[in-house]
Design a protein around this ligand. Sequence first.
Ligand SMILES: Cc1cc2nc3c(=O)[nH]c(=O)nc-3n(C[C@H](O)[C@H](O)[C@H](O)COP(=O)(O)OP(=O)(O)OC[C@H]3O[C@@H](n4cnc5c(N)ncnc54)[C@H](O)[C@@H]3O)c2cc1C
Length: 381
Amino acid sequence: MSCERVIIIGGGISGLCSALILQKIGINVKVFEQEDAPCTSETGMILGGNALKALDYIGVGDRIRKTAISSNNCTILSESGKTIVDFSYHSRHDFSNFLFILHQDFYKILADSLDSETLHYAKKLVHFKQSKHNIQLSFLDGTTIETDYLIACDGCYSFIRSQLSSSNIAISNQTYWQGLLEVDEDISDLGYSETWGPRGRFGIAPMPNKKLYWYAVKNSDGKKDPYEKWASLDLLFNFFSYHEPIQLILEKVKDENIIRKELVELKPLQQYLYGRVLLLGDSAHIVPSHLGQGASQAIEDAMYLAMCMKSGKPFHESLIKYERQRLIRTKTVSTEMKRLQSIAQIDKPALCSIRNHFLKLVPASFHENKLKGLLDIQLIG
Ligand SMILES: Cc1cc2nc3c(=O)[nH]c(=O)nc-3n(C[C@H](O)[C@H](O)[C@H](O)COP(=O)(O)OP(=O)(O)OC[C@H]3O[C@@H](n4cnc5c(N)ncnc54)[C@H](O)[C@@H]3O)c2cc1C
């Protein structure tokens, strides 16, 4: 196997998945993460079946399955609770379409599966310089290191991308709230649903350990963070006309358990490979996280990277092959998810009614084909 040294900056999902898979195929890899300790974010994640297939390839699929809840359906409801669309697809393969997992559990499985001495915390990259033969990296703690290749997994606000490309992230005019709620009974049978209405989008998914994951998304109409001061009571008032159990959930939510984010977007890049530096995960593409596709694309990236490496080509050629394939796939998924987002976020009551009516007329086979293209990924040689 190749004796190139690879350094990954960022110990998030894409960094850990890439490190795991590169390690598995015998590449000398190290991960440097700016945070002092492992991620302890108390939230849930919805992953697509394509991520599960990639996680199997990476070698952690079984552990993830045991820790997660899975389902084949995502039901879209109107604010009164009537079904608008049922996104369901029955793959020929034995893969669930959606997977619900606690963020913390997911990180722990990935980090624990790495060889010791691979993942280093409290290492913030502050400078890098590439030459024809290698790259020099400098960290905030004053240390430096040399590597043959650098994989940038430093997320949507990527410092590395900012040094290589003029493309910048932009605020996407959407605010996202999320949280976990303890429930009394086992809710693993509860479906995954999203309610679309003029007052925003509200999602519910079951999580392991009798937890329920909820999220809400609202348009901010070009204003700078208009919901900055919103608390749980504001969300309760906002969604007052929506069907149950949305009201019940929001009545139980505590302010300190709400995570709020202004979403960002990035115009599709024309390249992911800049000399000896490869952008991967959210540093390369920010895919709107519909149908669990945000992180799922980052996980797919890792799988495709390994598949290209295994093709027997020299290291650099493998990266070129990877870039060619991923530019097409991530652009396609991103475009699909943006289209879905623009339909989901319609907030004019009359247009919502027209949308709901129209979507009910669309044959199920249309959605099934879309999901097939999204979730049923092919392994390449
Ligand atoms: C509100 C919200 C909800 C989401 N929900 C879902 C979901 O349910 N399902 C889904 O599939 N996707 C979801 N996503 C998308 C998903 O979170 C991302 O696609 C995914 O986390 C990308 O992983 P990443 O590793 O590329 O980036 P990140 O997870 O952002 O990781 C980047 C890492 O790099 C580190 N880093 C940054 N700069 C430096 C530096 N200079 N030096 C060292 N380390 C550095 C950071 O500390 C971080 O740990 C959601 C996104 C948001 C915003």
